[in-house]
Unconditional design. Sequence first.
Length: 300
Amino acid sequence: MTAKVSVIGLGSMGLGMAQSLLRKGFSVTGADLNAEALKKLEAAGGSGFSSAAEAAREAEIVVVVVVNAAQAEAVLFGEKGAAAAMKKGGVVICSPTMSPDDARRLAAKAQAMGLYYLDAPISGGAGRAASGELTVMASGTAEAFAAARPALDAMAAKVYELGDAAGIGAAFKMVNQLLAGVHIAAACEAITFAAKLGLDLATVYKVISASAGNSWMFENRVPHILEGDYSPRSAIDIFTKDMGIVSDMGRKENFPLPVAATALQLFLMTAAAGMGRDDDASVARMIAKMTGIGLPGERS
């Protein structure tokens, strides 16, 4: 590959995506404020920059992997933004979780600057980002898909083409996040309930993982609780944001979301207890502290 791809945002997802692109032979630049992230990119064979504009200069494809719509707008269209620096006729692959309205607004700004825009939320976690096996829920014009396809194929195992306009991919991602947030909250409630009942938690995990009550989130997050390790793979603050977007969308559509609303309150309670930047399995710690029960690695 000779195409220049710039990845803006080199957190656990963005860095893995950049590494996957490098393995496929792309020329990859990246931007992040974290100097350690830039060093990791450079060690993998890419070039790191502190500003989005420097990283995106003459790039044909810019992949945005920041936290939210506000950050995406800033790195694309703000001072030293990527959009003005990248090659005209290039494509922005925008992956942050955001509302459909925000996705449509950013797409219009990109199109006004002569760029294609692909609304392309991602799922799969840091491990699949690093192995090039993400799921991408994408929507945009046929031209945007064509321009983005080589990079998508390098980063993802599954690319769902969900529609010809920005906002559709974002809506699909919010349905996913509703379920993800509810399942994390339910998994944390279940494992702390098991602790209250005096059950061996490792055995609970083994049994439930092979039973009808299992979920991907139970299977993925409960080991963090069993290990007493709440270093953030995905932080509580991410789900206060995402479930907040779900809540706002429900209110706009006059659609009740009672289960999602309860999960949002659990995430907010955990953040208010000082664990916002910790792993999202910290909902279990909050419940444990509130009810006075002990978890591995935690004082009762």
